[in-house]
Design a protein around this ligand. Structure first.
Ligand code: SOE
Length: 381
């Protein structure tokens, strides 16, 4: 694994846990973790249970005792690490968004497709696909339980940037992160919308805003927390992104991704309205799915709450008795389970790099539209 901050911690936990709850076709060994600072990566290896560590990812990807490279670094290093790992014949799991640009994502997808011919697999870590409630929503949509999908309402709301003195972390620098709330949060919503509906976003019209354009430079490397130093620097990404979308199957959608939704910490919400019913999800109530069935008697019909904890629900057979809840970390454990199972079966793990590229194209179209003051820009297929 390369990177050991927030996502590195979540992925470490998942690599450690997946084989203990799911019957995996392979035994997992946490062979090595990589980070630039020796003391920090040594501490991470100890804390998360990695057998060894490296300070140069180039050395890591060449190691003969490694089969899988898991990329948990900021976006600017996804492409070089993934390209080197694929060239060295390692299966690759890469954090989202796939890259910082469409050109990088195209190169990564082409490399993944070449490597696939030699049995090497790759996947993008859109972990919300592995929330049992969202996996169930997809099953219900596929079964036709809400009829023809007509509308998607997706918002991803956080508020960790409301304080103008919050430091200029890497997520606020375009050269490191690619974009702001759009790529960090909007990418999840785009993937979830396409995953749930089975339709692809065909065009978008958008608005981006940066409310606080200058912030204190961080005193130390900081993620979602950190202390401010005395110098200041420019914020070069969006704080909030709004866009509308047309899907290729006839649906339309409205999206909001923001780090300025005061009071909301991690509200990844999505609602799908169909001709026969509706579905509604909020990650802050992770174990629940709202379901409205138009066939029910109008006098008593209404959105009802499905508690997604039955052993018949996706992923739940490995966990606790009904009503005993799962959390954010389980989504990463499910991701490892699906990735390892696909790799061992010689199947294609999803979402593929091609699907990650598709999301990247939507992100780019959103930026083009915003630059053109909301003009709808077709997304090339
Ligand atoms: C920060 O905004 C972040 O950690 C994202 O990078 C993750 O993808 C999301 O799951 C939670 O919020």
């Amino acid at each position: 694994m390369v990177g050991h901050a927030f996502m590195g911690a979540a992925h470490s936990h998942a690599w450690r846990t997946a084989g203990r709850f799911f019957d995996l076709p392979r035994r997992l060994e946490l062979t090595a973790v990589c980070g630039r600072s020796e003391p920090a990566v040594r501490a991470a290896a100890e804390r998360y249970g990695w057998e060894s560590y490296e300070t140069d990812w180039r050395k890591l990807v060449e190691r003969p005792d490694i089969d899988v490279v898991d990329i948990c670094t900021p976006g600017d290093t996804h492409a070089p690490i993934a390209l080197a790992a694929l060239a060295a014949g390692k299966h690759v799991l890469c954090e989202k968004p796939l890259a910082n640009s469409v050109a990088e994502a195209e190169e990564m997808t082409a490399a993944a497709e070449r490597a696939r011919a030699d049995g090497v697999r790759s996947m993008v870590a859109f972990n919300y696909r592995r929330v049992p409630a969202l996996a169930l929503a997809r099953e219900l949509i596929r079964q036709g339980r809400i009829g023809t999908v007509r509308q998607v309402r997706a918002s991803y709301l956080q508020d960790w940037l409301v304080d103008p003195e919050f430091p200029l972390a890497w997520r606020l620098r375009k050269e490191r992160a690619g974009s702001g709330a759009l790529g960090d949060l909007g990418a999840h919503s785009i993937d979830a919308a396409q995953f749930l509906t089975g339709q692809r976003i065909a065009s978008v019209g958008a608005l981006l805003e940066t409310f606080v354009t200058e912030r204190p430079l961080p005193a130390e490397a900081s993620g979602l927390s950190g202390t401010a130093g005395s110098e200041r620097g420019q914020v070069t990404v969006d704080d909030a992104a709004l866009f509308t979308a047309r899907f290729d199957g006839g649906a339309i959608g409205v999206f909001e991704a923001t780090r300025f939704a005061t009071g909301h910490k991690n509200a990844m919400r999505i609602e799908v309205s169909g001709s026969a019913g509706g579905l509604s999800f909020d990650a802050e109530s992770l174990n629940e799915l709202g379901f409205y069935d138009r066939a029910e008697d109008a006098g008593t019909a209404g959105f009802r709450r499905i508690l997604v904890t039955e052993s018949t629900h996706p992923y739940l057979d490995a966990w606790w008795p009904p009503g005993h809840l799962l959390g954010y970390e389980h989504t990463f454990t499910h991701q490892v389970r699906d990735f390892v199972t696909a790799v061992a079966d010689g199947a294609d793990p999803r979402p593929s790099f091609a699907e990650g590229l598709r999301v990247q194209r939507v992100l780019a179209a959103v930026e083009s539209s915003a630059a053109a003051l909301g003009v709808h820009i077709p997304v090339p297929s």
